[in-house]
Write a protein that binds this ligand. Structure first.
Ligand SMILES: C[S@@+](CC[C@H](N)C(=O)[O-])C[C@H]1O[C@@H](n2cnc3c(N)ncnc32)[C@H](O)[C@@H]1O
Length: 290
């Protein structure tokens, strides 16, 4: 009997292979994670809401993802991603705000946007008038969105991000000149969403990540959505609630999985409920003369 036959086709061979398979296939990826975690624990100061860059391949896939959910061309989305990548003024403000904050001993100074670059490209491409983001924390996502809104405003398509958080002193990264594109709403998201009266072009769930709370947010904002609204979730790596909501409203759903660069965290992602094949652009009507 050959070794190959013994290993593949006998019970004794299967048992003999258990430690061999563990050493060959189980240990190397676990060892890689351990090395990354050991390096990270000294290189980073974070203890929640991990920030990281995406791998180059993952960024390319994110561009394709954004092109599909917005209906815009891939080159235009890639141009928006490049615009953010080269926005040194925004990075500098984020560094300064971090260094000036009491959180500086538990936050990293260098901004790493991760999947938020996808949020940026979506906002730049579709030119929303009203965005609601639940969950602000330090305000990294809010600042990135506000930076996209500042560029949109310069092109004649202004908008505002209404960002909710239960913590009163959240959002210290959102500073001038981006602050004027952002309104922070402090309180429980669901209470605030129920009182929100404006039609919402883009909704982003990124607050309490329990499935029940995520679902309740979608229900609370549902009456403010219109047929072109994009509904996004930062929680779709963990729950199917946005997919369920898309089904409920007859929308399509796609999920993008983050692939962090040099980080032990497996990554979050972007879920989007949208209409496949529709080019999303929120019209900015010229002011009417009264
Ligand atoms: C994951 S962080 C938000 C991250 C942020 N969007 C970003 O881009 O970095 C979640 C935030 O949700 C807030 N939060 C938790 N429960 C909430 C609730 N019931 N209402 C509003 N905000 C809540 C937390 O205070 C926390 O700041």
């Amino acid at each position: 009997m050959s070794i190959r036959h013994f290993v593949r086709f006998t019970a004794a061979g299967r048992i003999l292979m258990i430690p061999v398979r563990f050493a060959l296939f189980g240990v190397p990826p676990a060892w890689r994670q351990l090395r990354l975690a050991a390096r990270w624990v000294f290189a980073s100061k974070e203890y929640y809401n991990w920030t990281y860059d995406l791998t180059d391949l993952n960024q390319a896939y994110l561009a394709s993802y954004v092109a599909v959910v917005t209906g815009h061309s891939l080159p235009s989305i890639e141009a928006y991603l490049a615009e953010l990548k080269h926005d040194e003024a925004l990075r500098q403000i984020l560094r300064e705000r971090t260094l000036a904050s009491p959180d500086r001993h538990s936050c990293d100074v260098e901004p790493r946007y991760g999947r938020r670059i996808g949020w940026y490209a979506i906002v730049r491409a579709t030119k929303p008038r009203v965005i609601v983001e639940t969950g602000v924390d330090r305000g990294l996502g809010t600042a990135v969105i506000a930076a996209a809104l500042a560029k949109n405003a310069a092109e004649g398509a202004p908008g505002t991000v209404y960002a909710t958080d239960i913590v009163a002193d959240c959002g210290h990264l959102v500073a001038a000149p981006y602050k004027k594109y952002c309104e922070l709403l402090i309180g429980d998201s669901i209470d605030l969403l129920k009182k929100f009266t404006l039609p919402v072009d883009i909704f982003i769930h990124d607050s309490d990540h329990t499935p029940e709370y995520e679902w309740s947010e979608f229900q609370a904002i549902a009456s403010r959505l219109h047929p072109d609204s994009l509904v996004m979730s930062d929680n779709s790596a963990l729950t199917s609630k946005l997919r369920d909501f898309a089904n409920q409203r007859g929308l399509d759903f796609l999920f993008f999985q983050d692939q962090p660069k040099d980080h032990w965290w497996p990554g979050d992602g972007i879920g989007t409920a949208f209409t496949l094949g529709k080019k999303v652009y929120f019209p900015h009507l010229p002011a009417t003369v009264t």
